[in-house]
Design a protein around this ligand. Sequence first.
Ligand SMILES: [Zn+2]
Length: 119
Amino acid sequence: MTQSIACPACGAPNEPEAGKTHIACSYCSATVTIPEHMWTKPMPQVQKNFSNARPVTNPEIDAPDLLRKAQPIAIGAWNLFAAWTWLRWLLPTCLVIFVVGFVLCVVLGALLFGIGSLQ
Ligand SMILES: [Zn+2]
């Protein structure tokens, strides 16, 4: 049951269109504002040209398909995380090995220099 809206310009009754807040008067083409309480949701459009028809995506129905599509992303993210945890261990270890090696070189060099200067 739809109420008609009187056109503000000519007073002709107009049927509110579903999913729209403004309509053009069918008699004088003036813009008729649909009152907020008469707003309706757009009716589902019947697809007649099936060559262009695309399946309606419903997250609940398509969840397994979406999960299957998202799987490579999840695997990639996990691999990235694994690489990061490995790097987090590797970087400080390399730094420690480098610092220890550097200190050892300096100490050994100083020792050798000290021994050399004694003679
Ligand atoms: Zn009108």
